[in-house]
Design a protein around this ligand. Structure first.
Ligand SMILES: [Zn+2]
Length: 118
């Protein structure tokens, strides 16, 4: 995937923060606080610690625990995409995607799903 200029800019700003030893400790605190799961979808895989207010906009909050949240790679990528001005998925596509994800999580409920579509 080609990163556009704006996105690279964001990455550069947060890299200044996330390279330091101070970040390592803070990152663990954030993971602990959020129970080592993604605050959006609840997965425990591929966790990343995200700045709620991007470092680029609020460098003063870069080491503020309250400005951090645990996100999985997927939710994080979606948030970054919105921040750099890409459109989020249109609502009907997002709903469909959530539905599919829900089905994968609860395979026993697929019967119920069929009733809906009839
Ligand atoms: Zn997630």
């Amino acid at each position: 995937m080609v990163m556009n200029r704006k996105r690279r800019e964001y990455a550069r700003h947060s890299a200044k923060v996330t390279r330091g030893p101070r970040w390592k400790a803070l990152r663990l605190q954030a993971l602990d606080r959020d129970g080592w799961q993604c605050v959006q979808c609840g997965t425990r895989k591929g966790l990343e610690v995200d700045h709620i207010e991007p470092v680029r906009d609020r460098p003063d909050l870069a080491f503020e625990l309250t400005n951090l949240q645990c996100l999985c790679g997927r939710c994080h990528a979606r948030k970054t995409r919105i921040e750099v001005g890409h459109k989020p998925l249109p609502p009907e596509r997002a709903r469909w995607r959530d539905l599919l994800r829900e089905m994968q999580r609860n395979p026993n409920e697929s019967e119920e799903m069929q009733c809906w579509t009839l």
